[in-house]
Ligand binder design. Sequence first.
Ligand code: GSH
Length: 214
Amino acid sequence: MILYALPISNFCSKVTIVLRHKQIPHQILPPPSGYGSAEYKQIVPTGKIPGLVDDQLVLSESEAINEYLEEKYPNPVMLPGDPAKRAMIRQLSRHHDLAVEPIIRSLFGQVAPQTRNAEVLQAKATELQKQLTMLAELAESQPFLLTSEMSLADVGYAPTLLLGELMWECFGMPWNLPPRLKEWHQNLQKVLAVSETLQEARKATVTWIASKQG
Ligand SMILES: N[C@@H](CCC(=O)N[C@@H](CS)C(=O)NCC(=O)O)C(=O)O
């Protein structure tokens, strides 16, 4: 199984965590000639990363990839419980992809000081707090968002919150998680697959941010 991915991409880290947590034999390769390139599109037609190749299957979209990995390698289970619990897990993973992550992504252009706008930063920080407060309300009192062991609900947030924290530091803005999420965030970082993946993501992100400061 090959995952085309780069450590700077939080959506790639979301999949890498699942591959590692389930101890699935895999190889991680950078997309040849970069994502979106004609060469890479010959392998993964969307040109996007993450891109998974497993025998005849070629798959894009982190959510589809993670659910495929869950079905093919059910242990340890990351989408557990009855239909209602599984639906909630999917909801919180979508909340990451559709509500939380896009706010942070929308500020990529502001990492360079010359294109930074304080009003925009403040508005986005307020919006992020709103979405994280919603996440805290939807979460249950468990070590993880909805479960006793890490589930597919949790995995997207780990790299995205690291990215947000490093960007907020660059912007000189305070980074505050709602109290309920602080403990969960610590639990998440203790999972080996998460800590290994975040170490690589941190290195790549620090390098990217530094490259925009000069
Ligand atoms: N919804 C996608 C988002 C992945 C994504 O945005 N990947 C970016 C890099 S971080 C990409 O490949 N962009 C190239 C493109 O959209 O053509 C997922 O969950 O996998």
